[in-house]
Design a binder for this molecule. Structure first.
Ligand SMILES: Cc1cc2nc3c(=O)[nH]c(=O)nc-3n(C[C@H](O)[C@H](O)[C@H](O)COP(=O)(O)OP(=O)(O)OC[C@H]3O[C@@H](n4cnc5c(N)ncnc54)[C@H](O)[C@@H]3O)c2cc1C
Length: 291
């Protein structure tokens, strides 16, 4: 491995100065993606700027808007006393990310900025319609997470920008959600993954809101907006579920690689959608009426 400088700024101002002094330096959060790439000689950074000692990047604030600092570790999410109740779909996904040692250092910001199509936390955050705050020397901007991912390994971050916060509106009490993941073994990157969020109509059968996301089945974590529209504000039946399943299988564009085949991935998405719909809104011919 080539040598590199390891820099530990304590403020954003220091970060911007270091970027000028060390052109081409990269950011490191938990290092669980980055160090693998350095060891495999995929990248050879001249310097790494650690984001660990910048206080503004930490912390979880719960209000009508929920703020998750980018340096929040996956374990921090899981152990938070309120998040499991408020954002169950995020915590379900967090529990499926890697093993304990990885979750203890891997950060939420790193999972998103790595821009892998299989990033586990991306799917729940997509169905929760998260926004991300991106900060550079000239100021900060807010971007919907669905616009953040550009291609595998590439986000809309400008050179030097840092993802500082993930922002979410608190879901309504009528919201139900679920995360599903298929790996070759339980602890593995996803062959395919899936998240569904529905808001049940208070007036009768049906959903006033449906949000669907799928992972490892397109170049980026994907929202299935056409399927959402098919299912929103319509009657619900096994026939509609089947149409939605077929539509979802047609929309995704998976590839065949060492983990799985294109065809199997496509089918998993369809099957997960149908299972998730049944689980959340329609069981044995009866609507879930209880909250
Ligand atoms: C054994 C193993 C198992 C794994 N299992 C899973 C799994 O099941 N599911 C899954 O989704 N992932 C998995 N991963 C991948 C990895 O652990 C996660 O993607 C993790 O969340 C990355 O976070 P990090 O803090 O370690 O990121 P880092 O490795 O530090 O950074 C990743 C990239 O993001 C950039 N970056 C990080 N934070 C910021 C920021 N705030 N602003 C701007 N850029 C930033 C870095 O420059 C780097 O390019 C696994 C990894 C390993 C080694």
């Amino acid at each position: 491995m080539n040598g590199y400088d390891y820099l530990i700024p304590k403020s954003f101002t220091e970060v911007w100065d270091l970027n000028k002094k060390f052109p081409g330096a990269g950011y490191i959060a938990g290092g669980t993606d980055l160090m693998v790439r350095i060891k495999q000689r995929e990248i050879r950074p001249r310097a790494l700027i650690s984001l660990r000692s910048i206080p503004e990047l930490s912390g979880i604030d719960i209000g009508d808007t929920i703020r998750l600092g980018a340096m929040t570790t996956i374990t921090d999410l899981i152990q938070h006393p309120e998040l499991g109740r408020i954002l169950p779909v995020l915590i379900q996904a967090a529990k499926r990310l890697g093993g304990t040692q990885i979750r203890n250092v891997a950060t939420l910001g790193g999972n998103l900025c790595n821009c892998s199509p299989c990033a586990d936390t991306a799917l729940p955050l997509l169905v929760l319609e998260a926004r991300v705050v991106l900060k550079g020397p000239e100021g900060a901007r807010e971007v919907p997470l669905s616009d953040f991912f550009v291609s595998p390994g590439e986000s809309c971050l400008l050179p030097g920008e840092i993802l500082t916060d993930i922002l979410l509106d608190r879901p309504s009490v009528d919201t139900r959600s679920v995360f599903m993941k298929k790996g070759r073994v339980r602890m593995d990157l996803a062959i395919a993954s899936f998240a569904l969020l529905v808001e049940i109509k208070s007036s009768g059968p049906g959903c006033s809101k449906v949000r669907i996301a799928a992972g490892s089945v397109a170049p980026v974590p994907l929202r299935l907006k056409e399927v959402e529209q098919l299912l929103e504000n319509t009657g619900i039946s096994e026939e509609i579920f089947l149409n939605a399943q077929k539509m979802a299988e047609g929309i995704v564009s998976p590839i065949t690689d060492i983990r799985s085949t294109e065809d199997y991935r496509r089918r998993i998405v369809g099957v997960y959608l149908k299972r998730a719909l049944r689980k959340l809104i329609y069981t044995n011919g009866e609507w879930h009426k209880e909250k």
